[in-house]
Design a protein around this ligand. Structure first.
Ligand SMILES: *[C@@H]1O[C@H](CO)[C@@H](O)[C@H](O)[C@H]1NC(C)=O
Ligand SMILES: *[C@@H]1O[C@H](CO)[C@@H](O)[C@H](O)[C@H]1NC(C)=O
Length: 432
């Protein structure tokens, strides 16, 4: 017996439908073929549309939340688990590890930390699920010649104090705040060690800005986690914050660090720090770096834009707004500004002089107007990257890491270096 609703008319209708569906599928397949073909042609011959240098788009790497972090109390400001992005190494880079500690300033009081809890810098609930790996994190050999095939990890920053706080109490004035950066550092390392970090032949701890300070703080801890016969070094990029007077004659940065140190009870984290110093003083790289025994590379522009904005001419120091344009674009600085900028550069070189003598240490102090050069493909290694003695930052860092030569590059004063890539900001610099 034929099915109840089958009729010749209905069958013809079904046949037409099937033809239409097949035709539609064919159209989709043809469209897909052309799309893929064009995309392949585009990515192999056209420059990348994102502001990066190279022959292909940056690799996107997924966020991993640290397993069991809440049980260890290793959490972001808001109590969410911390996270990291891991791009596995390949070829001869499989047993080499580069860890990058994310930057993003610090929060100095509960008002600011409460705002941070609603951003990726205080909560993994707001972290991007995938990020681009560029500069020192790039897996493209043309952009990152020495480290492209290493395991690379970007550790997200969400504790507000450069991975150094460890306050047991989670209630502050009736609200939950977790100051647990030290535990986050430990939890992330414990998770990475069994993934291969524990067997690393070579390892490199890096970070920029507040992450650069984190690198000074954790460099020796990192060394201690790795096999005795491995090569371990550290790179602090744009993290040499100076304890100097601002343009109004106050020590804005020191009072900022005093607040951070007070809020997250950091004095006990730096027991070597002398008791006649203010707690915030112990948090400056110049103090932290004194005790480091692992080889360090100090990468810092002499006119770091973040520092010009927040250390030299911070909010409240310039009521006449006479620095407004100079802070955003170095070509807008007049001779008075430049004299102060050269003084700032001199303070940096004075503070660095004791580290210049350390054997095994390296430095690259260019005279550019920039911040976080290891994290920008144009500034790290590209035809338009800043050079000292004809070497890009990537080449200088690689030469030093692999002992190809000693690297203690100090650039001449602005505006002497024609290779400088100077940023022009259209608004005050707030990231990192
Ligand atoms: C936090 O710091 C900012 C800026 O320094 C200040 O305006 C604010 O009043 C401070 N808040 C608290 C609760 O201390
Ligand atoms: C600078 O380095 C490039 C390669 O990076 C090389 O082609 C060029 O000849 C060098 N210039 C000088 C003056 O040494």
């Amino acid at each position: 017996m034929p099915p109840l609703f089958s009729s010749p008319a209905l069958d013809r209708h079904r046949l037409r439908l099937r033809h239409a569906a097949a035709f539609a599928l064919l159209l989709i397949a043809v469209a897909l073929f052309f799309f893929l073909f064009r995309f392949a042609a585009f990515s192999s011959t056209s420059p990348s549309p994102s502001p990066s240098y190279g022959h292909r788009l940056p690799t996107l790497v997924d966020l991993t939340l640290v397993h069991g972090a809440e049980d260890k109390g290793a959490v972001c400001l808001d109590g969410t688990p911390p996270g990291y992005h891991w791009l596995p190494g390949f070829s001869y880079g499989s047993d080499k590890w580069l860890i990058h500690l994310e930057g993003g300033s610090w929060c100095r009081n509960l008002t600011w930390c409460a705002q941070r809890k609603k951003t990726s810098l205080g909560s993994s609930a707001y972290m991007e699920r995938r990020v681009e790996f560029v500069g020192i994190l790039s897996d493209d050999d043309s952009q990152n010649p020495d480290f492209y095939n290493w395991n690379k990890v970007k550790v997200r920053y969400c504790d507000g104090a450069s991975f150094s706080g460890n306050v047991e109490d989670e209630m502050q004035y009736g609200t939950n705040f977790f100051f647990r950066g030290q535990r986050i550092w430990e939890a992330v390392m414990s998770e990475l060690l069994p993934k291969g970090l524990a067997r690393a032949k070579q390892a490199f701890l890096t970070g920029c800005s507040a992450g650069g300070l984190s690198t000074y703080i954790h460099c020796d801890d990192f060394r201690a986690l790795l096999p005795k016969d491995s090569t371990v070094k550290c790179l602090a990029d744009g993290g040499f914050f100076l304890d100097v007077e601002d343009i109004s004659g106050r020590r804005y940065m020191r009072s900022f660090y005093n607040d951070v140190a007070h809020l997250q009870d950091l004095r006990k984290r730096f027991p070597g720090c002398s008791s006649d110093m203010e707690p915030g003083q112990c948090f400056f790289p110049q103090e932290v770096a004194k005790g480091i025994t692992t080889p360090m590379f100090i990468l810092n522009p002499a006119y770091d834009v973040w520092q010009l904005e927040h250390v030299l001419s911070p909010e409240g120091s310039d009521p006449q707004h006479s620095w407004q344009n100079c802070r955003l674009d170095i070509t807008k600085c007049n001779s008075k500004h430049l004299e102060i900028l050269q003084g700032f550069r001199k303070s940096l070189l004075d503070a660095l002089s004791e580290f210049k003598k350390k054997r095994d240490w390296g430095m690259f102090i260019d005279s550019c107007f920039i911040h976080c050069q290891s994290m920008k493909s144009l500034a790290w290694h590209s035809p338009s990257a800043p050079r000292i003695n004809n070497k890009t930052v990537a080449e200088a860092v690689g030469d030093w890491f692999f002992d190809r030569r000693e690297v203690r590059e100090i650039d001449c004063e602005y505006p002497c270096n024609p290779t400088c890539y100077n940023v022009v900001l259209d608004r005050p610099y707030n990231e990192e």
